[in-house]
Design a protein around this ligand. Structure first.
Ligand code: GLC
Ligand code: CA
Length: 578
């Protein structure tokens, strides 16, 4: 039995991540914008979305696509104006939807006024907003390697000092030990919350605690450097900073916050997502981290179904003891879930619906990434020049240095690149997928004539209309309670191809069962069936009643007595006797 839950307004919500640059371009400059987002609020509402997370829209030089902020109080010109942002807030509110923004406060841009002032006066007040340290005999202060490659230390021109950056050199890390800096950040956070934001997705936040002695670590690569997460791993005390942040900002507004947290220390989950947790929730990245290559993208093994199933189940079982996590199959930093987690034979509309079902009905807050709801897939990449992403370029050179051929290095990037998720949203079969009337900033996936919103709108059996039914089911008065608070219990874990679990409370038992195999499979049911509430292979077009986005009616599923037969890539959601 789970411990009783202190109910929160966001527990039963469905979230959607927008990557503004690639969502919809309203003015033809090839870059998505706020006007584009506003014009699609009704679309998102029709999908059942409650919370919209906007990746950064602040003023930025875009070295790391807006995750390098040069003015926290301004909207990037590329995206529009503050008036348009206010309009977005108002239009969302009208539709009973909540907006959350990205909060990037581990670092800012090197073009931010604070950093510019620090450079001008490297011993002055603003230098202490960052980590300026003396080098060691003309070398950097320590041997840490940044997340995007190369040293974490960059020389401060005209001095014998270096500044610290865990991401690109254009993203200097902010000194959270400085109370003045902290209060500047809190003021900014509160300014946005006052405007009516519902909360934030909090970027790279585990990195804010540094070991101020900046020691060397055991080198772990041919460059003689050590990965900077080793420092994050070795240092305590991030919790104090996070509680300080929360106390001074989020908790005053009952905000919804979702942390991007990797490398949490063991046993700390309760501190992050428990009742007094640092955040409302954090992302569950266990499936994404499962296949991290030791040396880089080039040595990542293909996803193993059994390992993936076990990873998801273990995470759910652990998380539900403490609170809620946010469940994803993809985001702007990951390849597309369909291309990653499904074997080739399953990268079809049926397989896509199956993956969506097992993900969305997990315990936690579903976060759908733009395009996931139509089954967008990784693009075909023909040359390294087609990529924009800074991380991809680094991984490409790591692969070449490791001795891979150009072709093999490109293949590794094609499979893992963050740009797979950043290609423009596929709205229609019009040129550039209807994303822009101009030249898109990143190439459009060539499969857009087959996979796009407008085609799927008119097809009752499309992935899009299936997602609508799936979300409607999750939020329906009848099943909302069990899908929100019901316990997660994995089942049939010893089969070769079935991913299945129950969501169960005192009065209802739901079975979600999916066959990821290439052949049909049978399971023996443990409880009598009341009815099938959703299936991805219904032949009955009314079963796909998209117009009313209804899940009603008995879906077809193949029963005989107590066995359930599932075709390859079939999923069924079944209400069982309790
Ligand atoms: C987070 C973001 C990623 C960004 C990094 C640095 O991981 O999701 O896109 O590059 O932080 O801000
Ligand atoms: Ca535009």
């Amino acid at each position: 039995m789970l411990k009783p839950v202190n109910r929160k307004w966001w527990h039963d919500k469905i979230a959607y991540q927008i990557y503004p640059k690639s969502f919809l371009d309203a003015n033809g400059d090839g870059i998505g914008d706020l006007e584009g987002i506003i014009s699609k609020l009704d679309y998102l509402k029709s999908l059942g979305i409650d919370i919209i997370w906007l990746s950064p829209i602040y003023k930025s030089p875009f070295v790391d696509q807006g995750y390098d902020i040069s003015d926290y109080y301004a909207i990037a010109e590329e995206f529009g104006t503050m008036e348009e942002f206010d309009l977005l807030l108002a239009e969302a509110e009208k539709r009973d939807m909540h907006i959350i923004m990205d909060l990037v406060i581990n670092h800012c841009s090197d073009k931010h006024e604070w950093f510019q002032k620090a450079l001008m006066d490297p011993y002055g007040e603003y230098a202490d907003y960052f980590y300026f340290r003396k080098g060691r005999d003309g070398n950097p202060p320590s041997n840490l390697r940044s997340y995007f490659g190369g040293s974490c230390w960059e020389p401060v021109p005209g001095t014998d000092m270096y500044y610290f950056h865990m991401f690109a050199k254009e993203q200097p890390d902010l000194n959270w030990e400085n109370p003045k800096l902290r209060s500047e950040l809190y003021k900014m956070v509160n300014w946005w919350l006052e405007k009516g934001l519902a909360g934030f997705r909090v970027d790279a936040i585990i990195n804010i605690k540094k070991d101020l002695s900046f020691p060397d670590f055991e080198p772990d690569g041919p460059d003689g450097l050590a990965h900077c997460w080793k420092m994050v791993d070795s240092v305590d005390g991030v919790g104090d900073l996070l509680q300080d942040l929360k106390r001074n900002t989020f908790s005053k507004y009952d905000s919804f916050t979702v942390g991007e947290v990797f490398n949490m220390h063991e046993g700390e989950l309760e501190n992050f997502i428990g009742d007094e947790g640092h955040f409302s929730t954090i992302f569950d990245f266990s499936a994404q981290c499962m296949d991290e290559g030791i040396n880089g993208w080039y040595d990542i093994p293909p996803v193993d179904f059994r390992l993936w199933r076990q990873t998801v189940a273990n995470s759910q079982l652990e998380v539900q003891k403490h609170g809620f996590e946010a469940n994803i199959i993809e985001n702007h930093d990951e390849p597309r879930g369909v291309s990653r987690f499904l074997p080739e034979y399953a990268r079809t509309p049926d397989g896509t619906k199956m993956l969506g079902t097992v993900s969305v009905l997990l315990r936690g807050i579903p976060f759908i990434y733009q395009g996931q709801e139509i089954g967008m897939q990784n693009a075909v990449w023909n040359s390294i020049d087609e990529f924009d992403d800074i991380n991809t370029k680094d991984q490409y050179s790591i692969a070449l240095q490791a001795g891979l051929s150009d072709e093999a290095a490109l293949a590794a990037c094609a499979a893992m690149s963050r740009d797979n998720a950043r290609t423009p949203m596929q709205w229609s079969s019009d040129p550039n997928a209807g994303f822009t009337s101009g030249t898109p900033w990143l190439k459009v996936n060539s499969n857009y004539p087959a996979i796009n919103v407008s085609l799927q709108e008119t097809d009752p059996s499309s992935v899009l209309n299936y997602y609508r039914r799936l979300i409607t089911l999750r939020k329906s008065p009848e099943f909302r309670e069990v899908f929100t608070y019901g316990e997660f219990a994995p089942v049939y874990m010893d089969t070769d191809s079935i991913m299945a679990y129950y969501r169960v409370n005192d009065s209802q038992r739901m079975l979600i069962a999916a066959n990821f195999g290439s052949e049909a499979a049978e399971i023996k049911l443990e409880y009598p069936v009341k009815r099938v509430v959703l299936g991805n292979m219904s032949n009955d077009p009314a079963g796909g009643a998209c117009a009313e986005a209804s899940y009603a009616g008995t879906e077809s599923a193949d029963f005989s007595g107590e066995t359930l037969k599932l075709s390859s890539c079939e999923v069924a959601v079944i209400e069982c006797e309790i």
